[in-house]
Design a protein around this ligand. Structure first.
Ligand code: F6R
Length: 347
């Protein structure tokens, strides 16, 4: 049932190009839904964990491309902001399981005032029965406790929704090629296994990125914590010098997410700052990026042209593989991390 892979997590990582292809087939339904939407003056995403990170990408999309003010709330914190929702708010609930207790509680509160939309993987789950609108991510069942293919499907769904609302037809064409970019990203696995062996005994990691790459950094850090038990912090690259730079020395590897685009040059500058303090830098960037290559100690390369807006769907892939291989190298079962459950049904 693991299809020849050692773990469900690895199988599910490799299933990601197909998972995204299936999500892309929702485009027509999403366009029809959007045509029937009233005019919203606010978007509010609500989610936990990895689904929260997918929501953070949604904020950049909705504010940057659709131009609607967007908040992203942790479901467990929702009650403190619920009063600011009204009938012109679209509250979007992101959940793999559709059963997370905090998310369901927030959905029930939001249903009293706002329009609600649930983006969910599990068919027929509670969230899909209670929300006003539903979009399925269609990634297929996910067995590994760490969310992987459902995350990229969530990102794809949110992109389809935002790009449809923004009328961004060119990006809607470009997104069709994302599964091919993901296949190429998976080809770096042998290199990533070597990097995993080299850094598996580190005690702390930093993951940095800006804009669309900031949630990717946060998700990379979460995957590291949950399946390797190593402390990882995802940080907005520009915030480093406001405190955490004091923690950086030659024992702390820094993973820098630096795709081509608006944020590239500034993140590169932050990378040089951590390097000057002795950190080993593992950079993720374009295979054409000679400057980045010359600055990084390890460089995970992405070939082909990819708009920065779509890069979160592709750039997370090597970070999942990095945590997976570090977990295995450390003798941990990545499918069953301690203290964690696939679905959190208590508040
Ligand atoms: C991390 C992970 C969790 C879930 C979170 C929300 O790999 O899987 O952080 O993302 O518990 O779960 P759902 O999406 O089912 O609401």
């Amino acid at each position: 049932e693991k299809g020849g892979y050692d773990h469900f997590m690895l199988k599910e990582i490799h299933e990601q190009p197909d998972a995204v292809k299936k999500t892309l087939m929702e485009l027509q339904d999403i366009k029809e839904m959007v045509e029937n939407f009233p005019k919203f003056n606010r978007i509010c995403f609500v989610a936990c964990g990895t689904s929260y990170h997918a929501s953070l990408v949604g904020k950049y999309l909705f504010e940057g491309l659709v131009g609607i003010p967007t908040d992203v709330l942790l479901a467990s914190e929702f009650e403190f902001s619920a009063g600011a929702l009204d009938e012109k708010t679209l509250a979007i609930f992101i959940s793999q399981s559709g059963e997370t207790a905090d998310t369901l509680r927030a959905l029930r509160m939001a249903n009293e005032t706002a329009q609600t939309l649930a983006i969910v993987n599990v068919l027929g789950s509670t969230a899909t029965r209670e929300a006003d609108h539903v979009i399925y991510t269609r990634a297929g069942p996910e067995i590994g406790v760490a969310a992987t293919k459902t995350y990229v499907s969530q990102l794809t769904c949110i992109c389809l929704l935002a790009l449809s609302m923004a009328g961004e037809e060119k990006l809607l064409e470009d997104i069709q090629h994302v599964p091919d970019h993901m296949k190429l990203a998976l080809e770096a696995e042998d290199q990533i296994r070597e990097i995993a062996k080299k850094y598996k005994d580190a005690e702390d990691f930093f993951f940095i990125g800006r804009g669309y790459s900031y949630p990717t950094a946060m998700e990379g850090a979460l995957k590291l914590k949950e399946i390797t038990y190593i402390h990882g912090e995802g940080y907005a690259a520009g915030e480093l010098k406001h405190g955490p730079l004091a923690l950086i020395d030659d024992d702390v590897p820094v993973v820098a997410v630096v795709p081509p685009g608006d944020s590239h040059d500034k993140t590169l500058g932050n990378l040089q700052e951590v390097k000057a303090r002795g950190a080993s830098v593992i950079a993720l960037g374009s295979s054409d990026d000679e400057v980045l290559k010359s600055e990084a100690h390890e460089m995970i390369e992405f070939s082909g042209e990819l708009n920065e807006v779509l890069s979160p769907i592709v750039y997370v892939v090597p970070l999942q593989l990095l945590s997976y291989h570090m977990s295995v190298e450390r003798g941990i079962d990545p499918d069953k991390p301690k203290n964690l459950a696939k679905c959190v049904t208590v508040e």
